[in-house]
Design a protein around this ligand. Structure first.
Ligand code: AMP
Length: 430
């Protein structure tokens, strides 16, 4: 606690920190909180999971007063992140009488209009905020602090022009807090245009890479789904996230997992906001243990208790890969990232491996049973051509569990890399 007190955090927030039993500030909190409390602009390089929400919450909870108009605006790239951030701010402000309102698209606008009339802090996504601006149902004239969360994601998702339109409407004398894992040129340009002598801080991710194991399996297309089922049944597990590259594959995997008796929920942008929120609630409360999702749906989420991340499809670049695997090995816990490679994944996997920070080792193919599928997809993209009971493995088959883990049979050969690296162990470069 002493370290938190030294940072200058105000009493009502200190009480919450005590309730939450946080032992010491995270790296970003130590670096950012004094700057934020001084009222300076800040550019902070830190990802979700670093404890950054508390880093900006201490500032806004010090300056925001009850019923004096909207004094804080926090922009996030996705609805789920808006929910997550607003929940966190609600928690950190539990001893303060402030009203926090979350606004995003995909749900009815009228209840939001009502709530905005008495909001002190607003958390929202750019599209819906612009909508409220156009209707005149949001007033920015009293804004003291503007927080841009996951700025680089805003750019990736094509929201940056919307963000700029919103920034232009906020009073000039506001404090601006910008959080971004990376600083692409467009974000730098935005910061030069709209920020006042920002202090730059960067912090290590809270994800502990020493506690993160990354492995891959090479598998025939027809056994891809069966291997997933085998691993889900045999790996020691907490919560599990399974990433696919398309909504169609998410539906395919989730449907067939349920058919195989494995509790799973699907989450992608094709579902209504209501369904997405319900799915997240079930997952975070551990009512289902496997969440099958696309990248967009899971972006930036911090879900405690995720022990395994599966890449059922390999993402097309290393940035997305690192984002995905960062859902596990958080807050000092162990985590494992498992890549299931079939023919269609090799091109993407090569791209991912171009990043020297990706350190993944081959895992021996276990003996597996071929799983019966609920429905057959005609493209064969998800290994759905097979529905039979034929079992794989055994000494005669290619996937007999006999192949050496670093053997020459696979396309990706493991080799030790030297030099300074963020991750330790064996690296694969293809
Ligand atoms: P964030 O990066 O803000 O999404 O925070 C990630 C997680 O870390 C959240 O569940 C926070 O409640 C938690 N957290 C934030 N600060 C600390 C801290 N100093 N010690 C332990 N956990 C923390």
């Amino acid at each position: 606690m002493e370290k938190f007190i030294k940072l200058g955090i105000t009493e009502p927030v200190l009480k919450v920190i005590e309730d939450e039993k946080f032992e010491k500030p995270t790296d970003i909190q130590e670096k950012a909180i004094p700057v934020v409390l001084e009222g300076k602009d800040i550019i902070a390089a830190s990802a979700t999971g670093s404890g950054k929400t508390l880093a900006f919450a201490v500032g806004i909870l010090k300056t925001t007063e009850k019923k004096k108009g909207i004094q804080t605006l926090i922009l996030t790239p996705t609805r789920e992140l808006a929910e997550q951030v607003s929940e966190a701010i609600r928690m950190f402000s539990k001893y303060l009488p402030l009203k926090i309102v979350v606004v995003y698209g995909g749900v009815s606008i009228n209840p939001q209009i009502d709530k905005l009339r008495s909001a002190d802090i607003v958390v929202g996504t750019p599209g819906r905020i612009l909508d409220h601006m156009a209707r005149g149902t949001i007033n920015f004239s009293k804004i003291k602090t503007f927080v841009l969360d996951e700025a680089d994601r805003m750019l990736d998702m094509g929201f940056i022009d919307d963000v700029e339109k919103i920034m232009r409407q906020c009073p000039d004398y506001r404090q601006t807090l910008l959080f971004s894992a990376t600083m692409p040129p467009r974000i730098t340009e935005l910061s030069k245009k709209y920020m006042k002598s920002p202090v730059k801080v960067s912090a290590e991710e809270y994800v502990d890479t020493k506690k993160l194991t990354q492995v891959f399996y090479e598998v025939e297309d027809e056994l891809k789904f069966s291997l997933l089922v085998h691993l889900l049944r045999n790996e020691k597990k907490g919560l599990v996230m399974i990433f696919c590259n398309s909504r169609r594959n998410v539906d395919f995997v989730a449907d067939n997992l349920k058919f195989s008796g494995i509790e799973a929920s699907a989450m992608h942008g094709g579902f209504t906001q209501e369904k997405r929120s319900k799915t997240m609630k079930h997952f975070t409360s551990q009512r289902v243990y496997a969440l099958v999702c696309t990248d967009v749906a899971a972006r930036g989420l911090d879900i405690p208790g995720v022990t395994h991340v599966y890449n059922y499809d390999i993402p097309s670049d290393s940035k997305e890969y690192i984002h995905r695997i960062g859902r596990t090995a958080r807050a000092g816990k162990d985590g494992k990232a498992i890549n299931i490679l079939a023919n269609r994944d090799f091109v993407n996997f090569r791209r991912v491996l171009r990043n020297n920070d990706v350190d993944v080792k081959r895992e021996q193919m276990p003996f597996i049973e071929k799983v019966k599928l609920k429905k057959v997809q005609n493209s064969g993209r998800t290994g759905s051509r097979f529905g039979g009971k034929r079992s794989s493995g055994g000494s005669g088959g290619r996937f007999g569990g006999q192949r050496k883990s670093s053997g020459s049979g696979g396309r990706f050969n493991s080799q030790k890399k030297s030099g300074k690296r963020k991750y330790s162990g064996i690296t694969n470069k293809a």
